[in-house]
Design a protein around this ligand. Structure first.
Ligand code: ADP
Ligand code: MG
Length: 494
């Protein structure tokens, strides 16, 4: 009896202690969970892009466009003159090459153009990834590597592609970094972006650098057009659709180009014609405005980037950064709210480990148990067995970051339409204003591209939205460069 009582007392005490631990854990867990939700809610508020804010952003874009056109250095937007004043007409004819460098991969293309009504008779390309060490090495190393691939491509081609005697192969060079051009065949690199950082190339003529590397390969080829991917996409889009007025790239980085009236370019003074049209390379990735919804995650990403203070628009809307922003928020949730348990998973601390394609895969996960999210967290961050509620938070996070990016891109496009006075034209006369779009982010992240299109239509309103068309210009940039090599050919008669 006595012992029984003691046992009961001990038992009760144990039960109490156990209950206390359970309650404590529960309270602790719910506190943590509360903290997770608070972080998520705060992010959502800071990233909010209501219509009035998007209109402010679009207006700021228009203002900066004017300022950048008025004077050199007048704006964060460089508004670079491209010397492309003759976009393809469809009459181009002959064999042309293009080299497309501007991100993680580069492409070499060959295009046979059939002249009026002939279109593109044949095209072929090869894609090569750039070894990361070459992205931060020397100019010669990078260009030699590229020229070697170009030489290989030419060496492997069919006999039928032989250039006529007396002629040389002509190349359009798509170089998608900010360049100050002095003609269609020369331009000095202003700065690197998208993870490239090759000091000895900055300020130098990139066509000269490529030409020298081509010569070192013993290849007989000349560069007849220097463009960037956005201008190439515009040219490629125009080749098939006369209503194309602008092009936007959403890939690793982001940029936009559009067709401007020559007389609307005050800084384009001197001997150059003041009539006609000129393609302007906006370099809109460098856009920034006090109206942009920025967060602590954006600030720290920027501060720790290769180019702090620059490319702020790019850092919140483009493919190189979206996944990294999500990682940064998850990191905070792991550190401050222990969302993944008592320790912060070490992989989660590795910058850029969560890439945008992975983010996109998680965002598009339509399975009931979010199994894609689970397996991505496991394979990339080495976090096994995440509960469903955690997976849901991850999806919501992806949604917040992608939505902000997509809606801000739409606001940027709306800014261009406003600059051109095409934000109020309905298609009563059947007039269309087509934006050629390309880039892996736009192409593969459908939640993003869908949101972008919906937002643009909302911004222009129902009437005008019928005249504003977004057209996917699949790999227009490479073909566009070849087309521009054709329209700027050294062998053109007259
Ligand atoms: P680049 O911009 O490097 O010239 P792309 O236009 O092909 O090349 O874009 C590649 C970028 O697109 C990747 O860096 C990535 O950010 C994004 N991307 C590629 N695939 C996907 C995907 N499935 N979902 C979301 N983003 C993607
Ligand atoms: Mg590209």
């Amino acid at each position: 009896m006595k012992t029984g009582k003691v046992a009961t007392v001990i038992g009760a005490a144990t039960a109490c202690a156990v209950a206390a631990v359970v309650v404590q854990r529960y309270v602790k867990k719910s506190r943590r969970w509360g903290r997770v939700m608070a972080i998520l809610k705060e992010l959502e508020e800071k990233c909010a892009t209501p219509m009035w804010k998007l209109r402010q952003v679009a207006d700021a874009m228009t203002v900066e466009m004017h300022a950048g056109l008025a004077s050199e250095g007048g704006s964060k937007l460089k508004m670079l003159i491209t010397y492309v004043d003759n976009l393809p007409t469809g009459n181009e004819e002959g064999l042309f090459y293009a080299l497309d460098l501007g991100g993680t991969n580069f492409r070499v293309l060959r295009v046979q153009l059939g002249g009026k009504d002939g279109g593109i008779v044949s095209q072929d390309f090869t894609e090569v990834s750039i070894p990361p060490n070459l992205m931060v090495g020397t100019s010669d190393e990078l260009f030699d590597y590229i020229a070697a691939e170009l030489a290989k491509f030419v060496a492997q081609e069919d006999q039928k592609f032989q250039v006529p005697p007396g002629g040389r192969r002509e190349l359009g060079f798509t170089f998608s970094f900010p360049v100050m051009q002095t003609s269609i065949t020369s331009g000095n690199l202003i700065k690197w972006t998208k993870g490239f950082n090759i000091d000895d190339a900055v300020g130098k003529d990139v066509v000269a650098a490529l030409t020298e590397a081509i010569q070192r390969q013993g290849l007989d080829m000349r560069v007849t057009a220097l463009v960037n991917d956005t201008v190439g996409t515009l040219a490629g889009g125009r080749y098939t659709n006369k209503d194309v007025i602008a092009a936007v790239i959403l890939g690793t980085g982001t940029n936009a180009a559009y067709v401007e009236r020559a007389q609307a370019i005050p800084k384009w003074h001197g001997t150059l014609p003041k009539t006609g049209e000129m393609v302007i390379n906006m370099e809109w990735g460098n856009f920034r405005s006090s109206h942009l919804p920025l967060t602590e995650y954006d600030s720290s990403l920027d501060a720790e980037s290769l180019n702090p203070g620059e490319q702020i628009f790019e850092k919140i809307i483009s493919g190189m950064y979206l996944g990294e922003i999500v990682r940064r928020v998850l990191c905070k949730m792991a550190e401050e709210a222990l969302i993944f348990g008592d320790t912060v998973p070490s992989k989660l601390k590795v910058p850029f480990i969560l890439r945008t394609p992975d983010m996109s895969a998680m965002h598009h996960d339509s399975s009931a148990d979010l199994s894609v999210v689970g397996s991505k967290l496991k394979s990339i961050l080495e976090i096994p067995g995440t509960p469903l509620e955690v997976r849901k938070v991850v999806v919501e996070l992806c949604n917040i970051i992608a939505t902000r990016g997509a809606r801000l891109s739409a606001a940027g496009i709306f800014g261009i339409l406003k600059k051109l006075g095409k934000d109020t034209i309905s298609d009563v006369e059947g007039q269309k204003n087509v934006i050629a779009m390309d880039g892996g982010l736009y192409e593969h992240y459908s939640e993003y591209s869908q949101c972008l299109e919906n937002t643009l239509h909302e911004l222009v309103g129902e009437d005008v939205s019928k005249s504003v068309v977004i057209e996917h210009s699949n790999d227009g940039s490479g073909i566009g460069a070849a087309l521009l090599a054709a329209s700027h050919s050294q062998y053109l008669e007259g």
